[in-house]
Write a protein that binds this ligand. Structure first.
Ligand code: PLP
Length: 351
């Protein structure tokens, strides 16, 4: 496939000219009776002795069909974290290029950038966790290659308005990455239907949250087919293991559409119940509205609350050191039983 000139210009020069590794399973893809091309052990009967399909084609087709997008727009990574890492490696020259992050947000953008030695430009969200478009636009430069949005945002829980993201993306000459890890809790907020109109957009999704497959490690990056081809050319040849792909396929064919399983609606119901119940507690100063499967909750003394919950066997995430998150714990919505235990434990503490 010929690569568009805007992409050729954005890529690191060494990636733009990369001759990718061609694995045995790339060189020959057909059916055969005797496989003597990949130095595998031919004896085991457990079905795990052969290298997997480098592109996990069956899973890719299935996910593309579920989301109503062409498979060539989908890259599959070992979790979204691999997708984030590969984006950094494709676009950011170490010591020269930069990414923009909007804290408080997911920590991996910053860590992947630090590993790549890319500069990190912070344009914090406003106090009500909305993007500051003027400040964003003022931070763009030729060496700014990636702009990260997270919607719904972790740890705040709010979905960001699609119009704001697209306005920022259209004004940006680099790649805008929208991390939609929690989008299956608010599918109508997804920007995936806009992808075809915005070639420099990359949308990250994952099977780790609503799909309930965190252990399986499947991350999705939806992008222009030429961007997908670049990611495929720089990933480790066999990044998707056969057991993971099999497990994912088995779950996807059980459910076809996620909402048929009812778990997403149950979690949303429980989130609403928890949102109400937490506000009744004297200990709680504020509960932020959420479109995801967690709540950001403000306490006067978050460290004490965290420790007291831990003593009762309940683990939450202390986010109180992040900008605009003073006093806040991030609490995942559990089963009705687990949420009841949380509320009980909190109500037994002194305000
Ligand atoms: C949990 C989470 C992910 C998931 O990463 P995986 O590697 O796919 O498990 C990605 N982004 C955000 C914002 C998350 O909260």
């Amino acid at each position: 496939m010929s690569r568009p000139s805007w992409l050729q210009a954005l890529l690191r020069p060494n990636i733009a000219s990369l001759q990718p590794y061609s694995s045995a399973r790339d060189d020959f893809k057909g059916e055969a009776e005797v496989w003597l091309d990949a130095n595998e052990n031919p004896y085991p009967q457990h079905g795990l002795n052969r290298y997997p399909d480098p592109l996990a084609g069956a899973l890719r087709e299935k996910l593309a069909a579920i989301k109503g997008q062409p498979a060539e727009s989908l890259f599959l990574g070992h979790g979204s974290d691999e997708c984030i890492d590969l984006l950094l490696r494709a676009f950011c020259r170490p010591g020269q290029d930069a990414i923009i992050v909007q804290p408080p947000t997911y920590g991996m953008y910053r860590v992947s950038a630090a590993i790549q030695d890319a500069q990190i430009i912070e344009v914090p969200l406003s106090e009500d966790f909305q993007p500051r478009l003027d400040a964003l636009k003022a931070s763009y430069s030729e060496s700014t290659k990636l702009l990260f949005f997270c919607s719904p945002n972790n740890p705040t829980g709010n979905a960001i308005a699609g119009e704001a993201i697209l306005e920022a993306a259209d004004a940006f000459e680099g790649i805008t990455v929208v991390d939609e890890a929690y989008i299956d809790y608010c599918p109508d907020r997804s920007l995936l239907p806009q992808l075809a109109q915005h070639p420099r957009l990359v949308i990250l999704q994952t099977l780790s949250k609503a799909w309930g497959l965190a252990a399986v490690r499947v991350g999705l990056a939806w992008a222009h087919p030429a961007v997908v081809a670049v990611l495929n050319s720089i990933k480790p040849p066999y990044n998707m293991s056969s057991p993971s792909v099999q497990a994912a396929l088995a779950q996807l064919s059980n459910t076809a559409q996620l909402h048929e399983r009812g778990e997403v609606l149950a979690s949303i119901d429980e989130r609403c119940n928890l949102y109400e119940a937490l506000q009744e507690l004297p200990l709680v100063q504020h509960v932020y509205p959420s479109q995801a499967n967690f709540l950001l909750v403000r306490f006067a003394n978050p460290k004490q609350v965290y420790e007291a919950l831990l003593k009762k066997g309940i683990v939450t995430r202390d986010r109180s050191t992040l900008i605009h998150c003073e006093g806040c714990l991030r609490i995942t919505v559990g089963t009705p039983d687990e949420n009841q235990r949380l509320l009980q434990a909190l109500s037994e503490m002194d305000a």
